[in-house]
Design a binder for this molecule. Structure first.
Ligand SMILES: CC(C)(COP(=O)(O)OP(=O)(O)OC[C@H]1O[C@@H](n2cnc3c(N)ncnc32)[C@H](O)[C@@H]1OP(=O)(O)O)[C@@H](O)C(=O)NCCC(=O)NCCS
Length: 152
């Protein structure tokens, strides 16, 4: 059974190393370093969620809340555990943890990343705009997606 939990500050060092390794394996050079994960996990407005299979890190989601809105910065699931619903569950859990006054969630995704775009659509995100040459290595446009929560 998949175990989900929020990762905070002061966890054993190996968890931040595993988060960084999974992020880099899934998104390449744009993946966060171990130090970035440790810092994000320690912030009041940062939310880092992890999914474990038999004690092994299988998926992650990082995001943060700002005034009235939230952002998902990364979602990554190890290849062996894909298409099992882990990413969708992580997005739903992130949404459930947001403050009551959060009106919308934003994210950016590479325009060529059809799998992730399909995931986000399934989670209720709509396409908002395109950010030209947002990504490097390789250079690519970002699709900005938004989900209205209508909670506030
Ligand atoms: C994108 C990613 C996070 C999806 O993770 P996942 O756990 O396999 O996704 P889920 O199993 O929760 O998928 C839920 C739904 O999203 C859609 N979906 C997910 N991956 C898909 C793919 N590769 N192709 C088409 N649709 C896809 C499907 O509708 C799927 O439902 P279904 O399996 O019942 O058809 C994973 O493929 C990944 O880590 N990719 C590399 C990193 C990345 O691109 N991250 C996103 C950019 S920030």
């Amino acid at each position: 059974m998949t175990e989900y939990r929020r990762i905070t500050a002061g966890e054993p060092e190996k968890i931040y190393i595993a988060l960084s390794a999974l992020d880099k394996a899934c998104v390449g050079a744009d993946g966060w370093s171990e130090a970035s994960f440790r810092s994000e996990c320690g912030k009041d407005n940062g939310i880092v969620l992890a999914a474990f299979e038999d004690g092994e890190l299988a998926g992650l989601l990082s995001g943060y809340t700002a005034v009235g809105e939230a952002d998902i910065t990364s979602v990554a699931v190890a290849p062996a555990y894909r298409r099992m619903g882990i990413a969708r569950e992580l997005v739903e859990r992130f949404e459930a943890m947001l403050p009551e006054d959060t009106e919308s969630i934003f994210l950016e995704v590479r325009v060529s990343n059809a799998g992730a775009i399909a995931l986000y659509r399934k989670c209720g995100f709509d396409e908002l705009s395109v950010r030209s040459r947002f990504y490097s290595s390789p250079e690519e446009d970002a699709l900005v997606m938004k989900k209205e929560l209508r909670k506030g």
